[in-house]
Design a protein around this ligand. Structure first.
Ligand SMILES: Cc1cc2nc3c(=O)[nH]c(=O)nc-3n(C[C@H](O)[C@H](O)[C@H](O)COP(=O)(O)O)c2cc1C
Length: 216
């Protein structure tokens, strides 16, 4: 799918500049974070690197190496240095994001997360959506599980990578159909699979911007 709107090239740091933390250390130190420093932007380089690093594919015996992924990654960007807040689509093969809709969508993010304030406070909400039609045609009923596993592995890599660059993340729950509706018409006929939100951790005791926190 080629971009139809304004494209912003990503600016990832080189592999040599990446932290040398081992995957084992990351896995053991990883925790979910629900408190974000909403008013402090995260660096564009870190944002770019996280998208790039988490979307390099996963090994699977049923999907050819290097085959296109089964999902699209939609973003609600709340606070990234130099980036207009809004809705973006990640074009991994272009190493770029496409602006779909500019604006402040913190409250939408909170609503889609069933009222949980961390989605409004987090710097980025990453929604993984799949057009299930062609996937079910190719893989049969197991295609749904395959798409879910793929999306959650990408999201898991993203979660681990946030720790590597000093940021934090949490996997979340969403109002599935409302997610598709919000990202439509672009996401029409796609199904919600997974969401991870990430950002800079807020020190305890400091208030966030989320209007009312509903903890599930
Ligand atoms: C599919 C999925 C949905 C989740 N939904 C929520 C949620 O709606 N609210 C929340 O606070 N945490 C949510 N989480 C985060 C888990 O509750 C979290 O991983 C759990 O609290 C374990 O904590 P840890 O990640 O620090 O080990 C979700 C995680 C996953 C994988």
């Amino acid at each position: 799918m080629e971009p139809a709107g304004e494209v912003v090239p990503l600016r990832s740091v080189s592999d040599e500049q990446l932290p040398k933390t081992s995957i084992e250390e990351l896995i053991f130190s990883r925790r979910s974070t629900r408190h974000y420093a909403a008013d402090v932007p995260i660096p564009f380089d870190a944002f770019s690197s996280l998208l790039e690093l988490s979307s390099r594919g996963v090994a699977a015996d049923c999907v050819a190496l290097g085959a296109p992924s089964l999902h699209d990654l939609y973003l609600i960007v709340n606070n990234v240095e130099g980036l207009a807040p809004g809705v973006y689509l990640h074009h991994r093969h272009l190493k770029a994001i496409e602006l779909l809709k500019e604006g402040d969508f913190r409250q939408v993010a909170q609503r889609l997360a069933v009222g949980q304030a961390y989605a409004a406070d987090a710097h980025v909400n990453c929604y993984y959506l799949t057009a299930l039609g062609p996937v079910l045609e190719r893989y049969g009923n197991r295609g749904y599980r395959l798409a879910q596993v793929e999306c959650s592995l990408y999201a898991g890599k993203l979660h681990l990578a946030t720790h590597a660059v000093g940021l934090r993340a949490v996997g979340s729950t969403s109002l599935d159909d409302d997610v598709t509706e919000f990202f439509s018409p672009h996401a029409a006929a796609k199904s919600y699979m997974f969401v991870t939100v990430f950002g800079r951790r807020r020190p305890r005791g400091q208030p966030g911007t989320g209007s009312r926190s509903t903890r599930l």
